[in-house]
Design a protein around this ligand. Structure first.
Ligand SMILES: C[S@@+](CC[C@H](N)C(=O)[O-])C[C@H]1O[C@@H](n2cnc3c(N)ncnc32)[C@H](O)[C@@H]1O
Length: 557
């Protein structure tokens, strides 16, 4: 069957199930996009399915692609990268007669994609009707981006996007309504002293998406057994991983009382023997590390210190230094080829100019929370590892086993939340993909869709550690470690971590065999439980309910 016919059939089936079964609709459109990635209408329709499913964040990613593609198609006769092939596919699908697909299942037919050779001369110019239809997709995509940003709480971005869109479509009443609503909310926020940074901060559902088949069953015997091979090695037999019940944390303090009895089945780390106070009990190496190069140079692979007389550089670029041939070889094998010679300075610049953190951890030199800019660098390293090793980013170690989110809880319970901003979670991701020379439309379906990057974001947010420069206090290194990530949080921890080229734990007190070992995800010296809770919100996904926080909040509500 011709690809355009197959796409038209999938789209029709997706339309039919949009109201009754939006998940099916979303999956059918994903199949259609796998065949025809440059058709803006498919992205726009999938955006609507994502809205219906309650994922406005994913809808923004899709509508943004629709918007970019409309521009490409309108410029198909100029220097447009995707415009020609997109226009051919878009026209081909639209030319299919409607209602001829009443019988048969689209899945029966072949999935072959025919490559269309670009011949800018032979393709007819865009007609008036086509121009009108493409602009309609454009305005729908803009409305959806603005309304979803508003819903998520990215008020300033909603306002900016609506303002820009109104300049293009001044007559559009719906855009005007969104503009007025966001304008009012931004003004109210500013009157209350809310910063512009906060006015860009939204919250989205922190869940394992229903179609995510990469997530392991983390509490199965098989996974626990597999993780224990790593944990036993890193802790020299001092620790083991076990399934544990943790209180289900909620972001809204008012709802705490209602749901505090609920628990979530997760993993935790336990002592296998009595451990004396002030002893190093754990050491783990990771190559999923990043650093801000403008500070003291560090090994690009392990982030350990560099001996100026004994460094090793890449054979093909001058951008990175390694502390040993082991690090150089591992980088060459696992991630560097995808980054070699690529200009990624924009991320480093942002790491220096924006110290804003999920919870402003730069204010506390020992917090384990990295800055958002360091998150982007970790995402970049993850994607580079996936590209170099030719595997899906959600499959690589340690990403696969990092805790990021849980399946959505049954209603009316709300899932935990994930901080979301338009610049960090959408614009920067597109920027990163472009620099990595990844087609953000085509390849994204299988490896780098926005749901992949948001899933990675939730894993980074929940498990990354950050090291701060002792002089400037600024975060300069962030890392993801598999075994370290399994240790739960307590504001009265029994472990303290330190990370140079390796992540190490020391005992802060005597630990008994069988006791769960915990470290503190923020600075335990912060006296105010409210402050600690605020800073921990990003990494815990809700208000901390550890013994100390409960005790202190009851004594001083
Ligand atoms: C770094 S992971 C810790 C390991 C995780 N439990 C697992 O199964 O891999 C962080 C996540 O564990 C959970 N968590 C850690 N400490 C907690 C605590 N004191 N109370 C409730 N949940 C906690 C939160 O869901 C948090 O997002």
């Amino acid at each position: 069957m011709l690809p355009e016919k197959r796409v038209a059939r999938l789209v029709q089936q997706a339309d039919t199930s949009l109201t009754t079964d939006p998940l099916r609709s979303r999956n059918l459109l994903t199949d259609a996009l796998a065949i025809s990635p440059y058709d803006p209408d498919l992205w726009q329709q999938r955006a609507i399915a994502h809205v219906k499913l309650g994922y406005p964040d994913l809808a923004i990613g899709d509508a943004y692609r629709a918007l970019l593609l409309v521009q490409e198609l309108l410029e198909a006769h100029e220097e447009s990268e995707f415009g020609f092939i997109g226009l051919v596919a878009w026209r081909g699908r639209r030319a299919q007669p409607k209602d001829t697909f009443a019988t048969g299942d689209a899945d029966e037919v072949s999935n072959e994609v025919e490559e269309t050779e670009g011949d800018y001369e032979s393709i007819p110019e865009i007609t008036e009707v086509e121009d009108k239809d493409l602009k309609q997709t454009d305005v729908f995509a803009r409305r959806l981006i603005c309304s979803s940003l508003l819903e998520i709480g990215c008020l300033l971005d909603a306002w900016e996007q609506a303002d820009t869109s109104l300049k293009v479509y001044p007559e559009d009443e719906e855009l005007r309504k969104i503009y007025q609503e966001s304008d009012e909310k931004v003004k109210q926020g500013r009157e209350k002293g809310v910063s512009d940074f906060q006015l860009r901060e939204g919250e989205v559902a922190r869940v394992i998406y229903p179609w995510n088949t990469f997530e392991p069953d983390r509490t199965s015997d098989e996974t626990v057994g597999h993780l224990n091979t790593f944990v036993t090695k890193a802790s020299s037999g001092n620790f083991e991983v076990k399934v544990t019940e943790l209180p289900m944390l909620v972001p809204d303090a008012k709802e705490e009382g209602k749901v505090i009895t609920k628990t979530s089945r997760q993993l935790g780390v336990y002592a296998t023997k009595d451990l004396p106070k002030d002893t190093q009990v754990f050491s783990e190496r990771s190559i999923l590390t990043v650093n801000n190069r403008l500070f003291d140079p560090l090994c690009d692979c392990c982030n350990g210190p560099l001996d100026p007389l004994n460094t090793f550089s890449c054979d093909n670029c001058d951008d990175v230094m390694f502390c040993s041939t082991t690090c150089k070889d591992e980088a060459t094998e696992k991630y560097h080829p995808s980054l070699c010679g690529i200009d990624i300075d924009f991320l480093f610049k942002s790491a220096h100019t924006r110290h804003s953190v999920a919870n402003d951890a730069s204010a506390t030199a020992s917090s384990s929370t990295p800055t958002k800019a360091l998150y982007s660098l970790l995402l970049l390293r993850t994607l580079a590892m996936a590209l170099t090793q030719d595997v899906n980013p959600l499959e690589i170690l340690p990403v696969k086993y990092l805790y990021g989110s849980s399946p959505p809880p049954p209603p009316p319970q709300k899932p935990p939340t994930l901080p979301f901003t338009f610049p960090d979670n959408i614009l920067s991701v597109f920027h990163i993909l472009t620099r990595l020379e990844v087609d953000p439309f085509k390849v994204s379906l299988h490896t780098f869709d926005i749901w992949h990057t948001l899933t990675i974001h939730s894993k980074i947010l929940g498990t990354a550690s950050a090291r701060h420069n002792p002089t400037s206090g600024q975060p300069e290194v962030a890392a993801l470690h598999l075994c370290y990530s399994l240790v739960n949080h307590d504001c009265e921890p029994c472990l303290m971590w330190e990370c140079q080229s390796e992540m190490k734990f020391r005992t802060l007190r005597e630990v008994k065999e069988g006791e769960e070992v915990r470290d503190c995800y923020t600075d335990p010296r912060i006296e105010s439980w409210k402050k600690r809770r605020e800073w921990l919100m990003g990494s815990l996904g809700g208000g901390c309910r550890c013994g100390r926080c409960v005790r202190e909040s009851e004594a001083d509500p």
